[in-house]
Design a protein around this ligand. Structure first.
Ligand code: ADP
Ligand code: MG
Length: 334
């Protein structure tokens, strides 16, 4: 065993001593998903190590299910104020703000409903209408009070940062890697992509967009430093009596969103905004997404509808290359 470790260490050192654009990879299981970190150059190994540690740390801080986390403390506070870290308080404030900016399509208080459908344990079942109506009473971002770094939440209400945590984590890790001297990296945080710099040769990254109807990709995006975040019905779902139920909940109904969208991708410089919006656009559907985009224009987006049509904002046109057989029905929103 020790011998094997020694051989691995030697191999790793040999990798490091090669050219300045040497590729390094690391993987982490955090936030309920496999994450893969790729970085280039002499600082890559240290950058990946720091980022991996940070991802585990943030997972412990934000997990809704782990008893030591700040979110768990808020969720079991029985209405009493809970003091959390500035990072957590600021993410909760942001999420609350996103709820009002999306007319409630985005709502981190939807957690009791996510639990009722069994998405937290894997013991899936369709809750009764009465149960959902009962739970909808404790849902609503107006229930969250943020005062400095103190969070107050009434008994029964619960928070879940699952739709925004990976987006924020991507930006935090990219900044950490930059501090280590990394200038070229791709962080794949389970559907959330955060790029840092460009490829070592200065060219753009080519990021694949997952086909929501099969295992492959339907297009690639050529990008510099950015976030590309996708929410899809195919990520987590179960079937009961021939019907499929996925994990993105419409907070208005308490049921999996049925807006005609199979996947929603958001591209932009702020990871938490992209993450929150990918979930929001999925809930809002094509019309709602278009309205939100026209009201702010600070992000780009791509929707694949249930019938396979692609709807994308103007800024995507210059970045996207469709795979053969895809991209026949495309509309562009300006
Ligand atoms: P993923 O985390 O699977 O990449 P999302 O970013 O879209 O996908 O987040 C979905 C997760 O967020 C769900 O698993 C659930 O925990 C939570 N969630 C579900 N619906 C909503 C919603 N409308 N607003 C905020 N969070 C949600
Ligand atoms: Mg999201």
């Amino acid at each position: 065993m020790f011998k094997r470790l020694a051989v691995c260490a030697a191999a790793a050192m040999m990798l490091c001593s090669c050219g300045s654009s040497e590729k390094h990879q690391g993987s982490v299981f955090a936030m309920d998903t496999y994450m893969s970190l790729t970085a280039y150059g002499s600082s890559a190994e240290e950058g990946i190590k720091k980022a991996s540690e940070k991802l585990n740390e943030l997972d412990k801080l934000w997990s809704a299910t782990e008893s030591g986390s700040e979110i768990f403390a808020v969720n079991s506070s029985e209405g009493k104020p809970v003091s959390v870290s500035d990072e957590t308080a600021s993410l909760i404030s942001f999420a609350k703000e996103m709820s009002s900016q999306t007319g409630g399509a985005f709502d981190i208080t939807v957690y009791p409903i996510v639990e009722a459908w069994g998405f937290t344990t894997g013991e899936h079942s369709v809750p009764s209408e009465e149960r959902l109506n009962e739970l909808l009473e404790v849902v609503g971002s107006d229930k969250i009070t943020v005062s400095g770094s103190e969070i107050t939440l009434p008994t029964g209400s619960k928070l879940d940062l699952g739709a925004v945590a990976k987006g924020r984590a991507g930006d935090i890790c990219a900044d950490l890697m930059k501090e280590c001297g990394v200038t070229s990296a791709v962080l794949d945080l389970g559907g959330n992509i955060r790029t840092l710099g460009t490829k070592p040769d200065g060219s753009k990254w080519k990021i694949g967009l997952r086909d929501p109807f099969s295992e492959g990709i339907y297009a690639t995006l050529d990008v510099g430093e950015t976030n590309i975040v996708t929410s899809g019905a195919y990520e987590r779902f179960f079937e009961q009596d021939g019907k499929t139920y996925h994990h993105i909940i419409d907070p208005n109904t308490g049921r999996p969103a049925e807006s005609g969208i199979a996947s929603a991708t958001v591209i932009g410089s702020d990871g938490r905004l992209c993450d929150a919006l990918s979930t929001s656009l999925f809930v809002l559907g094509a019309k709602g997404a278009e309205q939100l985009y026209r009201s702010r224009h600070d992000f780009d987006y791509i929707l694949v509808t249930d019938s396979g049509e692609v709807i994308m904002s103007e800024g995507v046109s210059g970045l996207i290359t469709f795979e053969p057989g895809f991209g026949e029905k495309v509309s562009v929103v300006k």
